[in-house]
Design a protein around this ligand. Structure first.
Ligand SMILES: [Zn+2]
Length: 471
């Protein structure tokens, strides 16, 4: 899951790039020149091999999907610890947290009228089960919450399909999280959702939903855009579709899991830390390659590249593979709690959870209200933009507002730490949370470029003669 990055990418493609005059700032930034040869070495080393892509393939081929509470997640975590040690990273360890364990079980959706045929579905994460015999009912198809309200009298005792076309993830995701209880309050017996993603090849997208405290709990599932449109056309023609939904979904007791941590300890200011990472858990379909195996691998690879080239920055760089991003954020909260005493020494938190397709740059957030002054925040942004200017050759030189990440937000909020997102452009939301989230969509060159972009950005910020945010 990631929140609003798509809108950032849209913004990136049409407006904010460097602030006026900043493109010429590099020449007035004496420290930048000393990093050009290092950036060139990192870019060359990363692009000289497909090591990172092969590591992503090993992760996703060996363990497949990695939902919280699953054996595959824990095995992938142990594998990452072993491999980080093999890379020569320092202080490699697990930081334990308990995670929720939601189990999908068997599920099916059948169209019963006007014809009897199977439909495609994916239950939404956190959903309850249907009774063993399933829930059978007529489907009320609505296009929006206003439409749901307009059909309020029809809903009681029926199944609601909320058929809202995908715009951006930030705009459409709330229908997945909140729609079930909106329908349940009107007496719906089950909830179907048009998948949150662009039209694909009749593929359903799962993702987390939540139950409101003041509504009955009813089962919830996503269906492909094609099936949603079919039910819509039937309804528009005056034909009431009838379906049977069966789901076994349930929670089991919380299970032990862990964040994976590895470092390169800073050569002069080891207590100052820059964190970078992704989330090692995924939904229970596909292979979690783009969400978010790729984010784990490219941030981890940034440290491996530094280590391989004997580049030890002034400050400590710490990769964190967070657990339980998709359905709990226990990893992000756990990191904040375990590192509470040193959050004041956190210089930056970077998350890559938007795919590893063509690199586009970075989102950066340093709240002026928390950083002391708008001028300080702007100077930090200019520093980041200057470093990004080293990445023009691979198209990663754009800096937008809006750095964020589900796993880094807890520590950022607790410690007023600047946040950075790694940005790219590609098919993230086409395959996100689907069985199609595999490495087949990602090229070795893309993985290498993203790893290089992150390595150059983080190495430079970790090595600056001044601390980011205190220019
Ligand atoms: Zn994600």
């Amino acid at each position: 899951m990631r929140r609003v990055l798509l809108s950032l990418i849209v913004a990136l493609s049409c407006s904010i790039l460097l602030p006026p005059g900043l493109a010429g700032l590099a020449g007035q930034t004496p420290w930048l020149d000393s990093y050009r040869p290092i950036a060139a070495r990192l870019l060359a080393e990363s692009q000289s091999s497909d090591f990172a892509w092969r590591r992503l393939a090993e992760l996703t081929d060996t363990f497949g999907n990695r939902l919280s509470g699953s054996d595959t997640l824990e095995k992938a975590i142990d594998w990452a610890v072993t491999e980080m040690k093999r890379d020569g990273l320092e202080n490699v360890h697990k930081e334990p947290v308990m995670v929720p364990k939601w189990v999908r079980g068997h599920e099916s959706l059948e169209l019963l009228a006007p014809v009897h045929q199977p439909l495609v579905l994916l239950g939404l994460g956190n959903s309850i089960a249907t009774p063993p015999a399933g829930i059978e009912g007529d489907v009320v198809v609505v296009k929006s919450y206003d439409d749901l309200t307009a059909h309020a009298k029809d809903v009681n005792g029926r199944i609601v399909l909320l058929n809202v076309p995908f715009t951006t993830y930030g705009e459409t995701r709330p229908f997945r999280t909140d729609g079930t209880s909106r329908a349940a309050k009107l007496g719906a017996t089950a909830f179907l959702l048009r998948s949150v993603g662009p039209p694909g090849l009749r593929t359903a997208h799962t993702g987390a939903m939540t139950y409101a405290n003041d509504a009955p709990k009813i089962p919830a599932a996503a269906i492909p855009t094609e099936d949603a449109d079919r039910l819509q056309r039937l309804a528009d023609r005056g034909v009431r579709p009838r379906v049977r939904l069966m789901m076994d979904a349930h929670f089991e007791p919380d299970a032990p899991s862990a964040n994976v941590v590895g470092e390169l300890v800073g050569r002069e200011l080891p207590r100052d830390v820059l964190v970078l990472g992704g989330h090692i858990d995924s939904w229970d379909v596909g292979a979690g390659a783009t969400d978010d195996g790729g984010g784990c691998i490219v941030t981890w690879e940034a440290l491996r590249l530094m280590k391989k080239l004997n580049l030890r920055p002034r400050r400590t760089v710490r990769v964190v593979l967070f657990t339980n991003e998709e359905n709990g954020t226990r990893g992000g909260n756990g990191y904040r709690d375990a590192h509470k005493a040193e959050l004041g020494n956190h210089v930056l938190l970077l998350e890559s959870d938007g795919g590893v397709f063509e690199p586009a740059g970075f989102g950066f957030t340093f709240d002026p209200a928390k950083s002391g002054s708008p001028a300080a925040a702007e100077r930090a942004r200019q520093t980041v933009a200057s470093v990004a200017s080293l990445l023009g050759a691979i198209g990663a030189d754009h800096v937008t507002d809006g750095g964020e990440g589900t796993d880094i937000e807890p520590a950022s909020t607790a410690g007023n730490v600047p946040m950075m997102s790694h940005l790219d452009t590609g098919d993230y939301f086409l395959i996100h949370h689907t069985p199609a989230d595999t490495i087949a969509r990602i090229t070795p060159a893309q993985v290498s470029k993203n790893a290089a972009a992150i390595a150059v950005m983080i190495y430079t910020l970790a090595d600056l003669p001044f601390r980011l945010g205190r220019e």
